[in-house]
Design a protein around this ligand. Structure first.
Ligand SMILES: NC(=O)c1ccc[n+]([C@@H]2O[C@H](COP(=O)([O-])OP(=O)(O)OC[C@H]3O[C@@H](n4cnc5c(N)ncnc54)[C@H](OP(=O)(O)O)[C@@H]3O)[C@@H](O)[C@H]2O)c1
Length: 334
């Protein structure tokens, strides 16, 4: 088996903390080189993982010993570098959110399709088997007909210089955290979800949204209530409410890697059942899934990428209309 050879654009925290260790755990992938705007930073990072250091992202894309590029750049830079990586003939695993507008997401998906290259958005939580179990329970009618989905992803404030407080880099809680409950809603309620209303709390000091909520619904009236924040007590959960019970995950987006995940089922008669799922490293599962798709010739980009970006556009539009919040992002960022 020939592993997929990865290059990494940027010495990002998420790359060093999670994705490089994951790439080294997966037989189907091998990290080869990391590029940084700063050579010394690339060398320090590369030394930690026994890979090569490259100065400048363009130089990494020009190498012919790289099959695929992992892009953990600040969110507003994803679209440009995904486009350049695809143009250089590389498969792309991009950090979430893949793009900041639906127009960008659609253009990049079309570019990947035309080039026959694989393009994926790194929603690693989707690869944890606890969600497949929830889907199975719903399909088996264990809680009856789904009525509503509620999900929350909230974290305490980041360090003051974090990219999430930089509007020009695509900062803000919706793009950083809100995307998770939104993607989970798509997973369990399907692709006909529409945005009914939303609120984004604008932080005047940083000029980004630091939290908010959205209400979505399917044409049949099944609702999704999503909330997110980056100035909050930690919470990473979702619940599906059905006509005869409910299913809850208390560590939906960040399940522990060293112990089983717990899926809690509350039945209509008040009893509860706990189902456990063996520990899993979702970062490694995400890398493996991407590498397998590349080795099989690359899949057509998941239509959920564009649907998700459209819903994000709608959430922002509704929030502006409803609250007058103007996030004052630079031209072209959204
Ligand atoms: N899937 C997940 O679980 C997960 C978790 C956390 C974050 N993420 C996503 O990953 C991305 C990176 O997040 P992070 O927290 O790892 O960010 P980070 O540590 O700030 O890293 C971003 C990297 O981008 C490069 N960069 C290029 N231009 C930059 C600029 N103008 N300002 C700052 N950095 C610049 C830098 O690399 P060089 O200086 O080396 O060029 C920097 O190390 C975001 O899109 C985020 O949403 C995903």
């Amino acid at each position: 088996m020939t592993p997929v050879r990865f290059g990494i654009l940027g010495c990002a925290a998420i790359a060093g903390r999670r994705m490089l260790p994951a790439m080294r755990q997966v037989a189907e992938a091998v990290p080869v080189a990391v590029a940084s705007r700063d050579l010394a930073r690339a060398e320090e990072f590369a030394g930690r993982f026994g890979i090569e250091a490259v100065e400048g992202y363009e130089r990494l894309l020009a190498r012919d010993d790289i099959d695929a590029v992992y892009i953990p750049l600040p969110t507003a830079l994803h679209a440009e570098w995904i486009g350049r990586a695809l143009a250089a003939g590389k498969h792309v695993l991009a950090e979430k959110p893949l793009a900041t507008t639906a127009a960008q997401a659609a253009a990049l998906s079309a570019q990947a399709r035309r080039a026959g290259l694989h393009l994926a958005e790194n929603f690693m939580f989707l690869h944890h088997p606890q969600h497949a179990l929830v889907s199975e329970l719903l399909a088996d009618g264990v809680i009856g007909e789904p009525r509503s989905f509620t999900a929350e992803f909230r974290v305490p404030p980041f360090a003051p210089d974090d990219i999430r407080y930089r509007p020009g880099l695509g900062g803000g809680a919706l793009l950083d955290l809100g995307v998770y409950p939104l993607r989970a809603a798509q997973l369990h309620l399907g692709d006909a979800l529409r945005v009914v209303g939303s609120v984004l709390r604008h932080d005047a000091e940083h000029d980004v949204d630091t939290g908010g909520a959205a209400l979505l619904a399917t044409p049949e009236g099944v609702t999704a209530q999503l909330s997110f924040g980056m100035a909050d007590a930690y919470r990473s959960r979702y619940e599906v409410v059905g006509s005869r019970g409910r299913i809850r995950l208390d560590r939906a987006f960040t399940p522990p890697e060293d112990r089983p995940a717990v899926v809690l089922i509350e039945h209509g008669d008040g009893t509860t059942t706990e189902r456990t799922v063996a520990p899993a490293v979702q970062f490694a599962l995400s890398v493996r899934s991407f590498a397998e798709a590349v080795r099989q010739g690359g899949a057509v980009p998941d239509p959920a990428i564009v649907r998700q970006a459209r819903l994000l556009d709608d959430i922002r539009d509704r929030a502006r209309a409803g609250t007058g919040a103007d996030l004052r992002l630079p031209e072209g960022t959204y």
